[in-house]
Ligand binder design. Sequence first.
Ligand SMILES: Cc1ncc(COP(=O)(O)O)c(C=O)c1O
Length: 393
Amino acid sequence: MSIRPSQRIASIGGYAFAEVDRLVTELKQSGADVIDFGVGDPRAPTPDVVRREAQAAVDRHATSGYPSYIGSPTFRTAIAEWVGRRFDVDVDPARHVTTTIGSKEAVFHAPLGFIDPGDVVISPDPGYPPYTRGTMFASGENHRYPLRAETDFLPDLGAIPDDVLDRARMLWLCYPNSPTGALATRALYDEALDLCRSRDILLCSDEAYSELYFGDEAPVSALQSGLDGTLAFFSMSKRSNMTGWRCGYVVGGENEIAIFRKLKTNIDSGTPSFVQDASIVALADEEHPAAMRAEYAQKRDLICDAFVAAGLSECRPASTIYVWQRVPDGVSAEDFAKRLLDPSIALVVTPGTWLSAAAGGPDDPGEGYVRLALVPTMEQCGDAARRIRSLTF
Ligand SMILES: Cc1ncc(COP(=O)(O)O)c(C=O)c1O
């Protein structure tokens, strides 16, 4: 007997981050003191208040039962209130909000609800892999727009070819941007929504990093430009160190949320009730995200100062938990990442080309960059900074 993978599964390579994991294991086995900036998975604990609420909620939900498919009314109300406070947008928990099992599944599944085979989904390059994988699994076609330093890592929407727009059904934006750390402007969201509305394209805004920013002003949301025709994807993972809890939510127009709820009802059975209850407490507390921002800013400065001291470009991000570092001229992203994997340096970073569509080359917007996720401890970031400063080119 021979069980073979589907053509879809067979056609894709390994998940890029799984390869990072493998490299780390190999380096650790070699006995090197590895500092891992590879995967964007925070290693600090979930805040106490959130954990305590989850413990109590487990008892409250002693008789488990399936959770609500769309999120409990109290969680949806808490989300609507948070969106109102944070973005000054009026959101109805009954019509404009639905919960997800973390953002990844929501991003991946969304095309199944909105595209037909052959339809185009437009997404950033480099970008979070589920934008394109979700399209592929829904038998759609991907079109990617480049994010480059020359345009502040913002898309040139006017450069998307007309025939692509004609066939497009979804357009992804991701700000605060992973991996570049760039922030969107209100003008970008207005322009994108105008374009999408004029072409019957769903505007999908991935705002998983909305609370991780370094300036005085909090990032704007696509929701501020309008709900109709928009779905904004949020996550508890990075805001509250809850990656393992699997909780997110989507906010948007009534029609779009109704379609998304119908899709999700057919896929899963909702976010666990005790996770929803704990997320309500997390959303009510703005102190822990503020403390996290201060800590990420300190780590960012340690690392960015060190790269500058080693003669590399200044690449200090405005947001997210990532540094998108330009590598020295004439060195490829992968070669630079390998250089950092030398046991004397032993830093794990992700080559930009692993996050972009093309496999390297001058036109690849991922070429010439490496991504560092600022998840090691402050002490490890200090050690890493010392090792970076010792690099010579
Ligand atoms: C850009 C972006 N969007 C969404 C997610 C998904 O987060 P989660 O599934 O943990 O909610 C991530 C995770 O790293 C991400 O980087």
